[in-house]
Write a protein that binds this ligand. Structure first.
Ligand code: B3K
Ligand code: ZN
Length: 844
């Protein structure tokens, strides 16, 4: 596979003026007829006429009506063309039914659908498949499918054809086509300027009852984008389609979003509160792409964070507005630490804007998405909300219809605020997580914070410059009152001090409030200080973080010295969770604890070799300690947070259920699952049913309920995914690999369905002690299945290789076992470019 470099960018030699496509659908022999109008691009020097194309059977090609015999290769087609406007025509044949990679045009449960981002359109027809080539598309679909959809507005429709026109120029990666036996859940939305938009969510017959929530989320997103960003929708229709076989969550194709059915279908009986919240966020995310991604797209794939970081930032703002802002912030940071930090601290570390790649699909990462969103959050903090929105207005005005770059993005901020963002730009080019060290000094009535920042070397980047860090700080007095409200300290140097004057008593600082920069904070505070902040910090994030720090330290001490769980932590936590003035969702987050994988990372960071079994035992020990310390409190907490009446997925109800279920999981450590069994037997929604089932499994009492659960839900693929995942996630360390292996023998296991594959193997990688169990069985099992999946679905295989990215943290035996598995995969005959790039980087 070839490496592509950001610095090699050159514009395409031609402009595409218009695209006309006709599809004659057939499962194994679909014909695609294209008519593309090209003009020479005055801004390009290279006029080589090369069109991407992969796995296509060329039937005929013509230029201005005259047949040609182009030069064909694995990657595409080259031809001699006139030095003037011309029309290129081609007819190709493709086979959607045998397309198991789920990229291009493929079939899922009998329906035709597409996935073109990033480079899938070239599997549909010959085309300059690059995001800076934008054109209006006309599409005609011929076939006998009851529903046939494409991008844009509907045109003529007959018994065996349907036509669609998308007036907005778009890159090919936003092309979509869907055809099948589908039913619609319909609604409409009137935009701020009074245009009526027909909305529809298309699903397989039988799923129509699971669309209402998604539809509400869509309408809320449309309204929110008008109110907060002044962005209106721009077509007569907006269609969403649910597809069972999909490599990721969803796709923002213009006017025709395609969703993994797990990210749109929802009902109280089959979906958890967590599912509802995620669906709302993903619908918003894909909808918001209409402006940040579609109207303004990326010049090249190195600029991916331009649309993804920004759109994640926007969907986080949306969720904060719809639900609880502190709860959303804490959840985002938990997620960042679980997925982005390990990536940035291991062999796969790359800048938010990568500078080279072999397979772009390997760069749809937590760094590009989530760290990319953090970078925008910092920018907003630095310039303030008003300036942020003025910059965004300018961005939309200046770049509508463009394929833009990070330089364009930063320029609108420079132009609206007069700031020089050249140092800030390092957030896009430097990889790695900065470490921020703090020292305090108090003299006279002056309090000083001395900061020092450093970013360890990452692949290809031995030396780093200091980054711009917005550090949100507030000061408390020893009574717990805030004496200095939150302010943003702007750190730009490697070492920098900030003073606060006129303080008659030594204040207690609360640093990095709201997690104002994505760094690892090293502040030698001591337990008392943390307990104080846990009790008093007025910043909800830092209050939670103080508890988290205590939990981390307690666990680390247990692992290293066998110490019992920290009593001060348990006391402080008890006060918080019994405080009824606090949001139940927030209290539920407080009850949680760092993951075992996070602890392994922390130990490694401190120069220790993490022992997965010891970490597992410490984590279990802390849960037992909570169950014991809160024994008197838990039954009340459980009872008081029951939500009576019909199920509603709103944030308040969900928060109460989260707290009740957190209490339940601790309770069942002492009552051997009695309360959980009672909840399982009466559960009226999936949130209650699944948390009862988890608690039962955890108490070693899950077998009967697991059987009943399967019998009840065997007809529902999405619920059965949960059934698969839960068993692996909650398996005891020494049994995890065997449980996963047994599940791969189950008649419902289907490796070609990414959701099902991930249910088993995502859970295997997520069960830290099970995955790293000393016999290495889980490493072998995962490698074996990745090798089976690679020839069918390279994208999902490559993504799941990330399970091995933290391998260098562990002891020599485990490293040897993992290396052996990685080398075994690397040696596979015909290994895909996707997987080979990932394994190569992990081994490097
Ligand atoms: N843009 C798509 C992701 C495409 C992934 C291609 N491998 C979904 C999203 O971020 O909204
Ligand atoms: Zn996105």
């Amino acid at each position: 596979p070839q490496t592509v470099y950001l610095e090699d960018y050159t514009p395409f030699g031609f402009i595409v003026e218009a695209v006309d496509l006709t599809f004659r659908l057939h499962p194994t022999a679909t014909r695609v007829l294209s008519r593309i109008r090209f003009l020479p691009n005055p801004e390009a020097s290279d006029r080589t006429f090369f069109l991407h194309g992969e796995d296509l059977r060329l039937i005929r090609a013509a230029i201005d009506g005259r047949e040609i015999t182009p030069e064909l290769s694995e990657a595409g087609l080259r031809a001699d063309v006139p030095d003037a406007p011309f029309t290129f025509e081609a007819e190709v044949e493709i086979s959607p039914a045998t397309n198991t990679a789920l990229e291009g045009l493929y079939m899922s449960s009998g329906m035709y659908c597409t996935q073109c981002e990033a480079e899938g359109f070239r599997k549909i027809t010959y085309y300059p498949d690059r995001p800076d080539v934008m054109a209006p598309f006309e599409v005609r679909i011929e076939g006998d499918q009851p529903v046939m959809l494409s991008n844009g507005n509907p045109g003529a429709r007959g018994a065996d054809f349907a036509e669609w026109t998308d007036p907005w120029p778009k890159p090919a990666y936003l092309f979509a086509l869907v055809a099948g036996d589908l039913v619609a859940h319909r609604d409409s939305f009137t935009t701020a300027s009074g245009r009526k938009v027909d909305l529809a969510i298309w699903v397989r017959p039988g799923d129509e009852g699971k669309c209402a929530f998604g539809m509400e989320a869509l309408k809320k997103s449309m309204r929110w984008d008008e109110e907060v960003y002044g962005r209106e929708y721009d077509l007569d229709v907006f269609n969403i389609v649910a597809v069972d076989d999909f490599n990721m969550g969803a796709m923002e194709n213009k006017g025709l979003n395609i969703f993994n059915s797990s990210c749109v279908l929802a009902s109280p009986e089959t979906s958890t509160d967590g599912n509802f919240e995620r669906i709302e966020a993903i619908i918003a995310h894909e909808y918001f792409h209409n402006w940040t991604g579609n109207r303004i797209t990326c010049r090249d794939w190195f600029q991916l964070c331009l649309k993804e970081g920004l759109t994640v930032h926007r969907d986080s703002e949306f969720t904060s507005d719809m639900r609880s802002a502190p709860v959303k912030r804490i959840s985002d940071v938990i997620d960042l630490r679980a997925r982005q930090f390990p990536e940035d601290q291991g062999p796969l570390s790359h800048p938010v804007r990568p500078e080279s790649f072999q397979e772009i699909n390997n760069f749809y990462t937590a760094t590009v998405y989530e760290k990319g969103a953090e970078v925008i959050g910092m920018l907003k903090r630095l310039v303030d909300d008003d300036a942020y929105h003025r910059a965004l207005d300018l961005y939309f005005e200046r770049h509508d219809g463009d394929a833009a770059t990070i330089e364009d993005w930063l320029k609108v901020f420079e132009d609206t605020t007069g700031r020089d963002l050249s140092q800030f730009k390092r957030w896009y080019s430097q990889s790695g997580t900065p470490r921020l060290h703090v020292r305090e000094e108090y003299e006279g009535d002056t309090f000083t914070l001395h900061f020092r920042q450093e970013t360890p070397p990452t692949p290809g980047q031995p030396d780093k410059g200091p980054q711009v860090l917005p550090i949100a700080v507030g000061l408390l007095n020893p009574n717990g009152d805030e004496v200095t409200p939150t302010q943003i300290l702007e750190m730009t140097q490697a070492e920098q001090s900030f003073t606060f004057e006129g303080l008659r008593v030594r204040p207690i600082p609360s640093i990095l409030r709201g997690f104002s920069a994505p760094v690892m904070l090293d502040h030698a505070e001591g337990k008392d200080r943390r307990a104080f902040l846990l009790a008093h910090d007025s910043d909800a994030f830092n209050r939670w973080e103080a508890g988290r720090e205590l939990a981390r330290e307690s666990l680390v001490q247990t692992v290293l010295t066998g110490a019992a769980s920290d009593a001060a932590y348990l006391d402080g936590l008890k006060a918080v969770i019994r405080d009824e003035s606090l949001d139940p969702a927030y209290r539920a987050l407080m009850l949680g604890q760092p993951t075992q994988s996070e602890l392994a990372g922390l130990l490694y960071e401190r120069g220790e070799t993490p022992d997965p079994e010891a970490i597992h035992d410490a984590a279990e020990g802390l849960r037992d300690a909570k169950a014991a310390a809160f024994a008197g409190l838990l039954p009340g907490l459980y009872e008081d947070n029951q939500v009576p009446g019909p199920y509603s997925p709103d944030a308040q109800s969900a928060g109460r259920r989260a707290l009740a279920n957190a209490a339940l999981s601790l309770l069942s450590r002492r009552d051997h699952g009695a309360q959980a069994q009672a909840q399982y037997d009466r559960a009226g929604n999936m949130t209650e049913q699944l948390s009862a089932l988890s608690a039962l499994i955890d108490a070693g009492k899950g077998d009967l309920a697991l059987g009943r659960f399967y019998d009840q839900w065997q007809g529902d693929r999405l619920v059965i995914d949960k059934w698969f995942a839960l068993q692996v996630m909650l398996a005891a360390p020494e049994e995890t690999a065997a449980v996963a292996e047994r599940l791969t023998q189950h008649p419902d296991f289907d490796m070609t369905n990414p959701n099902r594959f991930r249910a088993v193997f995502g859970a295997l990688a997520g069960n830290h002690a099970g995955f790293h169990y000393r016999d290495g069985a889980a490493y072998r099992l995962l490698a074996e299945w990745l090798m089976k999946l690679d020839p069918l679905n390279p994208q999902t295989t490559a993504r799941m290789c990330t399970a091995f990215q933290t391998w260098k943290r562990y002891d020599a035996d485990r490293q040897d076992m993992i290396r052996a598995q990685l080398e075994r995969i690397a040696a596979l005959d015909g290994l895909s470019g996707d997987t080979s790039e990932m394994i190569g980087r992990i081994l490097a």
